[in-house]
Design a protein around this ligand. Structure first.
Ligand code: PBG
Length: 327
């Protein structure tokens, strides 16, 4: 390749040429809408650190699900924002088959059966210490937590959840949940493992959304990954695949594109990326201040996920992206 026989500017001259040679595209099929459900009726509670994202009561969530489906988005991930009165040290509400998330899932499934539903498996929406596992004498117990997570997965799947997404980062949970599902005749339910999940500052607004602000005792560094590591991410992913994960996730998104790329190129398995609450908040805050071109940066970010190798993107801005794609 030498100038002047090669001129890389030649195919950049017009939009139709640029479209022809584009290597990556974002489509509505790449999107997973993420959002929060709260107890009540006709409620849309604003989340201060996540402008334009709300905690929705179940009826509002159903309406949202209908809109998400009408936009062509294949799936949604729902997180329960519990009243703090319902939280306790063991997170016992997590395994109640009639809890908020189970009722939300069954209402959405009934109203919009063709929309995929993804549920987290982790105890943090349910514990008063806001950790993802059982906390005893300042330590997170691994194997005891995994037993509860299996029960949590079962109640959520029985409510209508299609894809179980363990976000707790306990060792061995994917294999145990796979076995629990299989033993109960639920072998067709999928597991999307939060395989490479980092102990990240970018989850701050999410904890506000779950009413967990200020309740987290210590940090999550004994189970979530050190941002300094990438080889370890590949080991996490390899183990989750061996234990039966159908898809794996990297989280957060934009600061971890190198991990997305390595996971996809190493394993060639469906690889999802989560544009987390702090990423959303940064984008939204700058946009609201008029400091950035909001639409352009949103689409450029989505494209960067695709370029890195992501097959799907969990994002609070999924409806915005779908609407921009429809233009
Ligand atoms: C719970 C969970 C978290 C997120 C998704 N599931 C928070 C955490 O691990 O502390 C974060 C999502 C976001 O920030 O948008 N285990």
């Amino acid at each position: 390749m030498h100038f002047p026989s090669t001129r890389l500017r030649r195919p950049r001259q017009t939009q139709w040429l640029r479209n022809l040679v584009a290597e990556h595209t974002v489509t509505v099929n790449d999107l997973i809408w993420t959002g929060f459900v709260v107890e009540g009726v006709a409620l849309r509670e604003p989340i201060p650190s996540m402008p334009a994202v709300h905690r929705l009561s179940i009826d509002e969530l159903v309406a949202e699900a209908q809109e998400v489906h009408a936009l062509g988005i294949p799936a949604m991930a729902i997180f329960p924002a519990l009243d703090n009165k319902l939280k306790n040290a063991k997170g016992s509400e997590a395994t109640n088959p009639d809890n908020l998330i189970c009722r939300a899932v069954s209402a959405v499934k009934k109203a919009v059966p063709d929309l995929g539903i993804i549920c987290d498996v982790a105890l943090d929406p349910f514990t008063d210490h806001a950790h993802d596992g059982l906390l005893v004498d300042g330590k997170i117990l691994n194997d005891e937590t995994v037993e509860i997570l299996c029960q949590q997965a079962l109640v959520q799947v029985r409510a209508g959840c299609d894809i179980i997404a363990p976000s707790d980062m306990m060792d061995g949970r994917v294999g145990s949940i796979r076995k629990a599902l299989d033993d109960n005749g639920l072998q067709d339910k999928l597991i999307l493992s939060y395989a490479a999940k980092y102990a990240s500052g970018f989850y701050g607004p999410f904890r506000d959304a779950l009413n967990n602000k200020g309740s987290l005792k210590g940090d999550k560094k004994t189970y979530q990954m050190d941002p300094a590591n990438s080889e370890e991410a590949l080991r996490e992913v390899a183990m989750d695949i061996a234990e039966g994960a159908d898809m794996v996730m990297v989280k957060p998104g934009l600061p971890y594109l190198d991990i997305v790329h390595r996971v996809k190129t190493t394993f060639n398995i469906p690889t999802f990326v989560y544009q987390v609450s702090g990423e959303y908040a940064m984008w939204k805050a700058a946009a609201q201040n008029g400091w950035i071109d909001s639409d352009r940066i949103l689409m450029e970010t989505m494209l960067s996920f695709k370029r890195a190798g992501a097959d799907a993107i969990l994002t609070y801005a999924a409806k915005d992206v779908a609407k921009l794609l429809g233009k």
